[in-house]
Design a binder for this molecule. Structure first.
Ligand code: BG6
Length: 524
C-alpha cells in the first residue's frame, strides 16, 4: 500500500502470544478524592468521566468516594445529575454503562463553600470523617482543579485546618496527597514561591504536579521503546541522529479561555510543560530503575543541560506567531485578535518554534526543533527522530530522488503509532529506491483502548506512583529554560502579528529558521 506521502506501508504485527491482557496490574487504594473546582470544565470534561471509566474497568477500590467542592449553592443530587450528564456527553467515557454509573453515583458527595473560608475545611473534615468511619485506612487525595490564583490559599487552608496533614514518611498510613494542575507558576520565580508554600504544607512525596501529556499512551511507550529494546539505544546519540522534531499542532483556537490565554500565550501554555516533558523523555539517559526518582533525576538533568536562550541572539533560536483569520476544515475562522475577550491589538503568541540545544556528551550539536501552535492545519502531536544520511552512498545516482535518511516517528495524537521510515529497493531490473514505513499502530494491534491520560494519572496518584508527575526541581528547571524567551518577547512586542493564517502551518519565519540547519518541518 502506498501512503499519501509516497512511502510504502509495512505493518508491524505483535505476535499473538505476546499480546498482553487489557487489564492493568494495579488497582486504586481505598481513598476519598476531593475535587476543588468541581463545577469547572476540567472536572466535568475530564476527571469525572475518567473516574467512571476506571470504575468500569474495576480499577476503583470498593471504598472509593468523591467529594466535589465548589461555590455554587446546589445539593448533592443536583451535582450528581450534572456529573452524570458530563459522563454521558464526554468523548472519553461516553460508553460507560448505566449500571456502572448507578454504582458510582451514591459515592459522590458535594460540599459548597469558598476556598478562603475556614468553615469550608471544617465541613470537609466532618464529611471526610463520616466517610472514613468504616473499618480500615482510607487515603485522602485532594485535586486542585481551580484557578492558579487560589492554589496557595487552598494549600495553606488544607494544611492549617488539619484536613491534609504533612506526613514525613512515604509509607505512613492513612496517606494524604495533593494533585496540582498546570500552570504551576507563571515564571521560575512564581513557581519557586508556589513550591515553597506547597513544601511548607506537604512533603514532596505527597505532591503530584500533573502534566496530562505524561499520561498519554505513546508518551509512556517512549520509555518502554527506548529502555526495553536494545537495538535503539546504541544509535540514540549525536553520532547517528541529525535532529529531532517535536510538534504539538492544534486546530482549535483559544476557545472560551481568552482570559487565561491572554496572560499565558503558547510558551507558558505548551512549551514550559508538555513540550519540554516530551523533550526530556526523548533525550534523557537510561534511568537505573522505573521508579519516580530515578526517572525524574534523569529528566531534570536534561532540562538543566539545555543551552540557555540568549535574549541577544534569540532570533537565531526562536520564532513566534499569532494566527490571523483563515480557513480550517472548509470553514472560515476569525483571527486571534477577533476572538471573544481578546485584546484587539494583542501581542500574545499563539505559535512558537524553538531550536533547543542540549549541552551534553550525547547530544552536542543535535538540534531539537520544538513547535506548537493553535489553529494550525491539522491536529497532530508527534516526536520525529531524523537519523543522519549514510556517510557514503555506493549506489549510482538515482535520477528520480535522493536517498532519504531514516526517520523514527512517535505519533502521539490523534492516532497513536510508531513508525520507522527506511529506504528499500523497488522490485524490478536495476536499482531504484523508495521509502517504506514499518508501522506499529495501537488501534490496529490492540483495538480501540479508549484510555484517557487522566485515568492513568488519577490511578497513579491513588497508588502513590509519582513517576509520571513533575517534581519540584523539574518544574523550576523548565521555567528556567523558557523564562528568557518569554521576557524578551514581552519586552519587544512583535510588529508583524498576525503573521500566519488560521489553517496554515505557522509563520514562514519558522521554516526560514529551520532552513539554516537544512531541516524541513514535517507536515504530519
Ligand atoms: C492544555 C493547554 O494543557 O493542553 C491547552 O492548556 C491545549 O491550550 C491542551 O489545548 C492540549 O492538550 P491535548 O491533550 O488536546 O493535546
Amino acid at each position: 500500500m502506498t501512503r499519501g506521502d509516497g512511502t510504502l506501508a509495512v505493518p508491524l504485527r505483535v505476535p499473538e502470544a505476546l499480546e498482553t491482557p487489557a487489564i492493568s496490574l494495579k488497582r486504586g487504594e481505598a481513598c476519598t478524592l476531593v475535587i476543588f473546582g468541581a463545577g469547572g470544565d476540567l472536572a466535568q470534561r475530564k476527571l469525572v468521566p475518567a473516574l467512571a471509566h476506571l470504575h468500569c474497568d474495576g480499577l476503583l477500590h470498593e471504598r472509593f468516594a468523591v467529594i466535589g467542592v465548589a461555590r455554587e449553592a446546589i445539593d448533592a443530587d443536583t451535582f450528581r445529575d450534572r456529573m452524570h450528564r458530563a459522563v454521558r456527553e464526554s468523548e472519553d467515557a461516553g460508553d460507560v454503562p448505566e449500571s456502572v454509573w448507578r454504582d458510582l453515583a451514591p459515592r459522590i458527595d458535594y460540599v459548597r463553600g469558598d476556598l478562603h473560608d475556614p468553615a469550608l475545611y471544617a465541613t470537609l473534615a466532618q464529611r471526610l470523617g463520616n466517610i472514613e468511619e468504616d473499618a480500615g485506612d482510607r487515603g485522602r487525595l485532594f485535586y486542585l482543579a481551580i484557578p492558579p490564583s487560589v492554589y496557595e490559599i487552598a494549600v495553606r487552608q488544607l494544611s492549617n485546618s488539619g484536613v491534609a496533614p504533612r506526613t514525613a514518611d512515604r509509607e505512613e498510613r492513612p496517606w494524604r496527597r495533593i494533585i496540582i494542575e498546570k500552570p504551576f507558576g507563571h515564571s521560575r520565580e512564581t513557581a519557586r514561591r508556589l513550591n515553597r508554600v506547597v513544601g511548607r504544607a506537604f512533603a514532596e512525596h505527597q505532591v503530584y504536579r500533573i502534566d496530562h501529556y505524561l499520561g498519554k499512551e505513546t508518551v509512556q511507550n517512549l520509555l518502554v521503546f527506548r529502555f526495553a529494546n536494545s537495538i535503539f539505544e546504541p544509535v540514540w546519540n549525536r553520532a547517528h541522529i541529525h535532529h529531532v522534531q517535536i510538534t504539538a499542532a492544534e486546530t482549535v483556537g483559544v476557545e472560551h479561555r481568552a482570559g487565561y490565554y491572554e496572560e499565558s500565550g503558547v510558551v507558558r501554555d505548551m512549551f514550559q510543560n508538555h513540550l519540554l516533558q516530551l523533550l526530556s523523555l526523548t533525550a534523557m539517559e537510561p534511568p537505573t530503575a522505573f521508579r519516580a526518582d530515578p526517572v525524574r533525576d534523569e529528566k531534570v538533568k536534561v532540562l538543566n543541560a539545555i543551552r540557555p536562550f540568549d535574549p541577544a541572539g534569540l532570533d537565531d533560536r526562536a520564532v513566534r506567531g499569532q494566527y490571523g483569520p483563515g480557513e480550517l476544515n472548509g470553514e472560515r475562522v476569525v483571527g486571534y485578535r477577533q476572538e471573544p475577550n481578546v485584546d484587539a491589538e494583542s501581542g500574545v503568541p499563539t505559535f512558537a518554534a524553538f531550536r533547543v540545544l542540549i549541552d551534553s556528551w550525547r547530544w552536542q550539536g543535535v538540534p531539537f526543533w520544538l513547535r506548537s501552535g493553535k489553529r494550525l492545519a491539522r491536529r497532530a502531536t508527534e516526536i520525529a527522530i531524523q537519523f543522519r544520511h549514510p556517510p557514503h552512498v555506493m549506489f549510482p545516482n538515482d535520477s528520480q530522488r535522493a536517498i532519504q535518511p531514516n526517520r523514527l516517528c512517535f505519533a502521539i495524537q490523534p492516532h497513536e503509532a510508531i513508525s520507522l521510515c527506511m529506504e528499500i529497493k523497488v522490485p524490478g531490473i536495476g536499482v531504484r529506491m523508495t521509502s517504506a514505513k514499518m508501522d506499529f499502530n495501537y488501534n490496529e494491534t490492540f483495538g480501540d483502548h479508549r484510555h484517557s491520560a487522566y485515568e492513568t494519572l488519577l490511578l497513579d496518584a491513588m497508588v502513590g506512583d509519582q513517576t509520571l508527575f513533575a517534581r519540584k526541581d523539574g518544574v523550576e528547571a523548565a521555567w528556567a529554560v523558557v523564562d528568557p524567551v518569554i521576557e524578551a518577547w514581552e519586552a519587544a512586542p512583535a510588529r508583524d502579528f498576525p503573521n500566519y493564517a488560521a489553517g496554515s502551518w505557522g509563520p514562514d519565519a519558522a521554516q526560514a529558521l529551520a532552513d539554516r540547519d537544512g531541516v524541513r518541518w514535517r507536515r504530519p
